[in-house]
Design a protein around this ligand. Structure first.
Ligand SMILES: *Cc1c(COP(=O)(O)O)cnc(C)c1O
Length: 464
């Protein structure tokens, strides 16, 4: 029997126990309101200790995480999170704090983090209130609008966003009540500066960009872009979720950005995925510092535990080694790209930063009436070999996008094993695409209806 085939309630047998409690030394409570008293014993599962241990150990092994294997999910920076960060965040002196407590030590951490992030990014001041990257974007856009309003300029309603942007960018702009205007990319994956010029006027509140962009490419004309946007009175917003390859090497503040968020839960090694917890501190240039007091987006100090983990990580690496992070992340990404580009289509040649995008297989095995293997099929087949799938069908610029971000924490052996599997999958696709189309063959669930699984998941026990 597989212990995860059943819920713990279904493993229950009357009389089985995994514990003994000491004899009850308390007197029987008298005089409790009848309506509040339990009439039946609670329906708890009756199971032995080894059954409980096996059940939950096997369930935990069905999950996939950075601690169990390679997780090359593009635009997510799924890097290894050093365990020392967890120890620091769990220290009772921090973990037991109440937000209303005056705690000079905790305040000092926020102060030091403010200084460290200002130095890493080239901006002046940070707020730690936002609890995710997208939350940071919303905060940053509210700050952008506040800045214009403070100057008595009410006419700035547009935000320019490149077509390669992360989906949260236009979404955040819309939530902030701003109109999204898209600017096209050139065939080399960079923003079309001529097209941008045509969009600039006195209604532009600002422009949102990430650099390197979502294709993993550095926007080489960034200074010119910033000068153009500033020229019409707009502000530059930097989506710093992709800061991993830049730390200690290049600073958004120096590129001309005025506002940015960081994803502490990506770049600064906090475990993430499954919706949290996150931290998306927002930094601003000097002229916007007064606006920080005008915008409130969460209670107290944000996700303080995540901030602590990032603090431990920054102190552990220090100035010298933070700069190495990006160098190794970029090296890993380029190595994988070059080793696979003969079997996976590389739409944009050249050196990438921490990630890159393939556009499906060179030979997908399609012939006559036989359909070929898609990017989805490649991603599913990878699971059979113990790797997490890359990001697929994003960014939207290519039909079969497969976006790979290896990060700096993977060894050459792991990366070589991934390359070997990707090459094997490409061979399988050419010879027998159905093998991929029916994958994965080894996981407890193979191909759920993904829309139903995401929109109508069954999360509670239903007795059959
Ligand atoms: C992850 C990511 C975000 C959103 O961050 P969340 O913490 O998931 O809200 C925004 N922009 C980019 C480029 C990202 O990679």
């Amino acid at each position: 029997m597989k212990y995860y085939d059943k819920l713990i309630f279904e493993c229950s047998k009357p009389g089985r126990v995994g514990y003994t409690l000491p004899a009850n030394a308390f007197p029987k409570a008298e005089g409790l309101p009848q309506g509040l008293c339990r009439r039946q014993a609670p329906a708890l599962p009756e199971v032995s200790e080894p059954e409980v241990v096996r059940h939950y150990t096997l369930l935990s092994q069905m999950n996939f995480g950075v601690d169990s294997g390679f997780y090359p999910l593009g635009s997510c920076t799924m890097k290894y999170n050093p365990k020392i960060n967890e120890e620091v965040a769990a220290m009772p002196a921090f973990a037991g704090l109440h937000p209303l407590q005056s705690a000079p030590g905790a305040e000092k951490v926020l102060e030091e983090m403010d200084k460290a992030l200002a130095e890493i990014t080239g901006l002046s001041r940070f707020t730690f209130a936002p609890c995710a990257g997208a939350h940071g974007e919303l905060t940053g856009l509210m700050l952008m609008r506040q800045y214009h309003l403070n100057r008595g300029d009410n006419a700035r309603t547009k935000v320019i966003v490149p077509d390669s942007a992360h989906g949260t960018n236009p979404a955040s702009a819309a939530v902030a009540g701003l109109e999204v205007v898209e600017v096209k990319s050139l065939s080399n994956g960079r923003v079309d500066v001529e097209a941008l010029k045509g969009l600039l006027d006195e209604h532009v509140a600002g422009m949102m960009m990430t650099n390197p962009n979502t294709l993993g490419l550095f926007e080489t004309q960034i200074e010119e872009i910033a000068a153009l946007v500033h020229g019409v009175g707009g502000l530059m917003y930097y989506d710093g979720a992709n800061m991993n390859p830049l730390m200690g090497l290049v600073r958004p503040g120096d590129m001309g950005f005025d506002i940015m968020h960081l994803n502490l839960h990506k770049t600064f090694s906090t475990p993430h995925g499954g919706g949290g917890p996150g931290s998306g501190p927002v930094g601003v240039a000097a002229p916007l510092v007064p606006c920080l007091d005008q915008i409130r987006v969460s209670a107290w100090h944000g996700n303080f535990g995540v901030i602590l983990r990032a603090y431990a990580y920054i102190l552990m690496l220090g100035r010298e080694h933070l700069a190495k992070v990006g160098e190794y992340a970029v090296l890993s990404a380029n190595y994988i790209k070059e080793c696979l580009k003969d079997v996976y289509k590389l739409p944009i040649e050249g050196v990438c930063k921490h990630e890159f995008v393939f556009d499906g297989l060179v030979n997908d095995g399609a012939h006559d009436e036989v359909p070929g293997a898609t990017t989805l099929d490649v991603a599913k087949r990878l699971l059979d070999f113990g790797f997490h799938a890359p990001t697929i069908y994003f960014p939207l610029l290519f039909h079969q996008a497969l976006m790979i971000e290896p990060t700096e924490t993977e060894s050459k052996e792991t990366i070589d094993a991934f390359i070997a599997v990707m090459r094997r999958i490409a061979e399988e696709a050419a010879e027998d695409p159905t093998l991929l189309q029916e994958a994965p063959h080894t996981t407890p669930v193979s191909r759920p209806d993904e829309t139903t699984a995401a929109r109508s998941p069954i999360l509670t026990f239903q007795d059959a």
